[in-house]
Design a protein around this ligand. Sequence first.
Ligand code: NAD
Length: 423
Amino acid sequence: MSSRSNAIKEENPYENAIAQLASVMQVIDVPLDYYEMLKVPKREIVVYLHLKRSDGTVSSFMGYRVQHNNARGPYKGGLRYSSLVDINEVRALAMLMTWKTALVDIPFGGAKGGINVDPSSTSGDELEVLTRKFVDEITYNIGPEIDVPAPDVGTNPQVMAWIMNEYSRLKGYNVPAVVTGKPVELGGSLGRLEATGRGVSIIAREAAKAVLKKDIKDVTVAVQGFGNVGSYTVKFLTEMGAKVVAVSDVYGGKLFKNGIDSFERLYKDYSATKSMKRLPYGEDISNEELLTMDVDMLIPAAIENQINENNANKISAEVIVEAANAPTTPMADKILEKNGIKVLPDILVNSGGVIVSYFEWVQNLEREQWTLEEVNTKLEQKLTKAFYDILQFSESKNVPYRVGALALAVERVVNAMKLLGWR
Ligand code: NAD
């Protein structure tokens, strides 16, 4: 049984996003007109794309771009290539981007897009043609001052390079700032690849200090997931001196009672085995054991719905730092709150990627390239400020951090809408 089947029930993600918005409107005492405006996107673009395959047959795909809100700046959000992409998922993710950019206080709004194509059964050449056709259809709806896409599930720096090239071809000049997450050679930012994991480790360090009242060096951590986000999180946390005692991937995990002694060795060996279970050292544990083990801090960095009503009562960590998107179900959230377990929400914890995307956009507009040190220093400043803003706001309203983070973000967006005179 795959752990995706742990998902409690198939829900409409857009309805959930609206319900979440409704639940914070009371916390910030905002006129209902704004709820009415924010529960729907400003614009939805749906296009049909036809692709002549190499065997001569023609396949049709649907492409989406949903632009939720641009009161605080150009729309910003990823582009997803997956056969599961549908309009309700894109709407929900576009709304989430509006909250995320407001929460970390970068001058963007929120958008999301996608094509319902399975990249694993489509050749690179076909994906390039499809991407260029999509750009041709939405040329007037994207641009550095309009809407700036980025990679997401199923897309990568190469896809961003195709988008930049097609858009620039149509404009007649080079426009790198139309997308972020590009290869560094084409104006991508240094530090973008590891930005999300670096951000998670910064939040973990501050959570140790402000919530656990401990130095990160005295904190035991379990990390679920060892992909881009999980592996960089473990790397930076071990560099900070945290005691990372358990790590896992989809096949299972390893327990290191005294903490990982060398991240470099672990990463090198993992790159060879591609499986935690097959590592010749460490004690075997399951993902379920990792999630419920007795540590100070638990970092889910794999997939959604991992902490759910089946295991929430067994969680022993004092604080959960949500690196993955939606790793905790709403039902589990209630149980954790009742048990006094603090949760730093995904919308804050994994925002390092979008923050460095913003830095990339600024560098492109200024035709500059910042050093890695500059990028990291600015990332650190943005994230720590957002962390303490949320702590202060949540404590002043006496609400959990997840509610506080969302309420603070919505309040910022509403303030911008009021100042602009949207009604
Ligand atoms: P990834 O595909 O690189 O890695 C995912 C990891 O999770 C892998 O180690 C995989 O083995 C593991 N995994 C998959 N299914 C699992 C399961 N059922 N149980 C335990 N482990 C499982 O993905 P990523 O880019 O590291 O993203 C991880 C999470 O972070 C996702 O929720 C993603 O949406 C979110 N996120 C990523 C970024 C980013 O910049 N990459 C930014 C924001 C949010």
